[in-house]
Design a protein around this ligand. Structure first.
Ligand code: AGP
Length: 612
């Protein structure tokens, strides 16, 4: 996903922009660039990392107190110097940076070409700035008005920042389905795709809404208008993200830091929502729609990736605790298969970033069909969170590592709270079990802390299995999604192929894969199916598989069978995924680290997939 950062103020913009781009690197990108306005408009951009851009700008004029920076994740046109942002207008006097996709760029490009415009890149972004140029020249209007008029012709999702050499004291930015945050400092403004580049400068932010255009002019207050040209009063919020949270806090990678943050992030996701002593659960964000949740004949969970795995755990939670039918859908499939959606359906969108294009499109479709939409997001003010009727934020804090870890367990925390709330409201959850689950949920942060103590064992296992080429993960019941998640963690950061399976499914094919070269990870923490999972372990053992077993029991029989055993604390079955995933996260991390992989920014991956 592309990253945007911009500055209007009295300081030199360049160092602010470069540091801001580094804060945004986690989003995944393949080229970077900056534009500085200082009498002249100067653009510097190149393929590669932000460090490459720093080298590229050595010796060049990067002065100016107004500027913009961009990291590009290629969607239209390959990663190269020409396709990098910023892009300039035909006369070179305007420039733009953009996050998103212009869907009708081909027809716009054709029209503009007929009017004499010439293009140098393959990008949709360049078409946008030529359109703004064309409008400004024909309508003879100021930059923000040209942007507003251009937005009426453009179809797509975008966040843009535009500058003009002829209006050298301002930047104009606009948002349409792609996030943009304004930082309001003292006599200075910041703009970014999310708050991470802003927080060290100011905690006062304005989240732009769709169809809004903001003018940031030196020495003036910020002005927000919508596409209908109506002025909107800026709503300034105070950021809660602390800068130190953005640092690695002494860990080698953000991912390891975030794995170890899970006792805190789960605690934060429970904070103010659970009081076991008083038998209280309070999810303020769904209170106004609790009756809709109780009346729901069906819950449909839409998500992608790790969030989809959280949704699968949610299916077990809602069906066992609240006895409500649940369907879990890949958002990318759901949005295109003309799904049956009833007005009494509840759709729950799960998304760490709150910007995943497929998930956003899925809820928009469901909304059009009259369903009530709940959201479980980790980023306040994110697009998905703003388009739902109700929801509950995970308070996992910024998750910088591309591989999701603390967001996953925070999602499970919120899903647990929702399922217990529903079970309580619809009478399916008996008082005794309600109180038991509340008490146990309160203990989870401490139990996760104890589960993290297995890290040394996972380091030893990483040494043994770092050269494996395939892994199998097996589990049953609530932990079946954990097998999928463990496999995803390994493959996305170590590039080792891995598959997760329901343990009983092994004999329907995958067992043919098992031999001495195939490490098999078995999550055997289910009380209800313990004997069955042990027999699955025996099946693997009999075929020479190398067994890593995650268990809650000090079980001699299991120790006899397994090559390696990791013991984690016991908990109520609905909450076991929050514990059993911990050793799998650590195992994946340490294998990837030993293999020298770029753990926080794995190849080909972006932290948030905001394009299809
Ligand atoms: C998880 O480790 C991956 N990085 C990826 O599958 C991610 O979960 C998926 O892209 C969904 O992202 P979201 O939660 O921000 O919507």
């Amino acid at each position: 996903m592309c990253g945007i950062v911009a500055y209007v103020g009295k300081k030199e913009a360049f160092p602010i922009l470069m540091k801001g781009l580094r804060r945004l690197e986690y989003r995944g990108y393949d080229s970077a660039g900056v534009a500085l306005l200082n009498g002249e408009l100067r653009v510097h951009k190149c393929k590669g990392r932000v460090d490459d851009l720093a080298l590229f700008t050595n010796g060049k004029n990067v002065s100016g107190a107004i500027g913009m920076g961009h990291t590009r994740w290629a969607t239209h046109g390959p990663p190269n110097d020409v396709n990098a942002h910023p892009h300039t207008s035909g006369d070179g006097r305007l420039c733009i940076i953009h996050n998103g996709i212009i869907e009708n760029y081909s027809s716009l490009k054709e029209e503009l070409s007929k009017r004499g415009h010439q293009f140098v890149s393959d990008t949709d972004t360049e078409v946008f700035i030529h359109l703004i140029e064309d409008i400004q020249k024909s309508e003879k209007v100021v930059l923000e008005e040209a942007v507003r008029l251009a937005m009426q012709s453009v179809v797509g999702a975008y966040a843009i920042v535009v500058a003009s050499q002829d209006e050298p004291d301002k930047l104009v930015a606009a948002r349409m389905s792609s996030p943009l945050v304004v930082g309001v400092g003292i006599d200075e403004f910041f703009l970014a795709s999310d708050a991470t580049p802003i927080v060290e400068h100011t905690r006062n932010v304005v989240y732009l809404n769709d169809e809004e255009i903001v003018v940031l002019e030196r020495g003036k207050d910020l002005v927000i208008r919508n596409i209908q040209n109506q002025e909107k009063a800026p709503y300034i919020e105070e950021l809660e993200i602390q800068l130190e949270k953005l640092e690695k806090a002494g860990y080698d990678h953000f991912m390891l830091k975030e794995i170890h943050e899970q006792p805190t992030s789960i605690q934060d996701s429970l904070r103010g929502r659970l009081d076991a002593g008083k038998g209280i659960i309070a999810l303020g964000g769904i209170r106004d729609f609790e009756q809709a949740l109780v009346n729901a004949k069906r819950i449909i969970i839409v998500a992608c990736g790790t969030s989809w795995h959280a949704g699968l755990v949610g299916e077990y939670l809602f069906e066992e605790i609240a006895r409500v039918p649940v369907e879990v859908e890949y958002a990318s499939e759901f949005r295109y298969r003309n799904p049956i959606i009833n007005e009494d359906d509840i759709i729950i969108a799960i998304s760490q970033s709150g910007e995943t294009a497929d998930t956003l499109a899925a809820i928009r479709l469901a909304k059009q069909k009259g369903a009530t939409i709940f959201g479980i997001c980790n980023v306040v003010g994110s697009s998905i969170s703003r388009e739902t009727h109700a929801g509950a934020y995970t308070h996992a804090g910024p998750e910088i590592g591309v591989a999701s870890t603390k967001a996953f367990t925070a999602q499970l925390t919120v899903l647990s709270l929702m399922a217990i709330t529903l079970g309580r409201k619809n009478g399916k959850l008996p008082e005794s079990r309600f109180r038991l689950l509340l008490s146990e949920l309160e203990l989870i942060p401490e139990k996760v802390k104890r589960a993290l103590e297995c890290e040394e064992q996972t380091k030893e296992l990483a040494e043994i299995f770092q050269f494996a080429t395939n892994f199998l993960y097996m589990a049953r019941g609530y932990n079946f999604p954990v097998a999928l998640e463990g496999a995803l963690k390994l493959k996305e950061i170590s590039y080792i192929h891995a598959e997760g399976y329901p343990a009983a499914e092994m004999k329907h094919g995958p067992i043919a894969l098992i031999d001495r070269q195939m490490p098999v990870v078995v999550v055997a923490t289910n009380e209800s199916a313990y004997e069955k999972i042990v027999s699955n372990v025996q099946e693997v053992k009999a075929r020479g598989g190398r067994l890593i077993v995650i268990t809650t029991r000090d079980d001699e029989d299991l120790r006899e069978l397994a090559d390696y055993v990791i013991q984690i604390p016991r908990t109520e079955e609905p909450f076991s995924p929050m514990l059993s995933v911990i050793p799998l996260q650590l195992l994946a991390y340490h294998i990837a680290n030993l293999r020298g992989a770029d753990v926080d920014k794995p190849r080909n991956l972006a932290k948030s997939v905001t394009v299809e």
